[in-house]
Design a protein around this ligand. Structure first.
Ligand SMILES: O=C[C@H](O)[C@H](O)[C@H](O)COP(=O)(O)O
Length: 249
């Protein structure tokens, strides 16, 4: 396994060990390439621990993951209160704000983050940055209703200061990416000045009619776990505390 994959696994395993406890019965499962390790570790807790638990997916990928792992599937309309949600991120800043939606799942992800008593991020060391937009340069993912995309793009270009905002195009399909909710995705890069204060730009984007959700999650997480190249895990907490912990066994 290469360093990045093992860093993802380290972060996921440590986060599950610390936050998925026997009393947790409703668990949100996020999307992306780090989340399979979250599910792997939960399965390792054993059949007894997972009996009676319900797992809520953030999209097609995590639904498949839950079902193929033999875990119980539910949805957030049945379980609007979730004990703990674990999810990946494209980038996390020093205040635990993050960019999400690199896989176009951020609408459902934000619903599950908000529904959760505890929201935990897991990622490899490349995502641990001081300011958003440091390594993840494609921009803030924005889910829009299809008929409004050109108007929202124009708003982003002319009013909100993202002249390079673009409609995300599909690979191996002609035309745009279509989210699990049937919407389009715009990627809008902003300069450092704007990304230093992600809440303000998030609120401005969200006010544009036609926008369904913005892939900026501002101070929603309790903690972010980053797997490091040296086999340790850095944990950033919402109160500013930072722990450096050894890898789980
Ligand atoms: O839409 C996708 C999600 O927000 C993912 O959690 C995010 O893109 C991070 O994915 P990965 O762990 O693959 O970098």
């Amino acid at each position: 396994m290469d360093i990045i994959e093992s860093s993802k696994r380290l972060a996921a395993y440590t986060a599950v060990d610390n936050h998925v406890k026997p009393e947790h019965k409703v668990i949100g499962i996020g999307s992306g390439s780090t989340v399979p390790y979250v599910v792997e570790r939960i399965v390792q807790q054993g059949v007894e621990a997972n009996k009676g638990r319900v797992f809520i997916p953030t999209g097609f990928q995590s639904k498949e993951l839950i079902v193929s792992s033999g875990l119980g599937l539910g949805d957030v309309d049945q379980y609007p209160t979730i004990d703990v949600t674990l999810d990946g991120a494209d980038e996390v800043d020093s205040q635990l704000n993050c960019v999400k939606g690199g896989g176009a799942c951020h609408l459902r992800e934000k619903v599950l983050a908000e529904a959760a008593r505890t929201f935990i991020l897991v990622a490899d060391y490349r995502k641990n940055v001081q300011y958003l937009g440091t390594n993840f340069l494609q921009g803030v993912p924005i889910e829009v209703v299809p008929f409004a995309y050109a108007k929202v793009l124009q708003n982003l270009h002319q009013v909100l200061g993202s002249p390079k905002a673009t409609l995300r195009m599909a690979v191996k399909k002609a035309g745009p990416v279509v989210s699990d909710n049937g919407n389009f995705i715009i990627d809008a890069p902003f300069d450092r000045e704007k990304m230093i204060d992600p809440f303000t730009i998030m609120a401005q984007i969200k006010m544009l009619t036609g926008v369904v959700e913005v892939g900026l999650f501002c101070r929603m997480a309790k903690a972010a776990y980053f797997g490091n190249e040296d086999g340790t895990v850095t944990v950033r907490w919402d109160d500013g505390k930072i722990d450096q912990v050894a890898a789980p066994v």
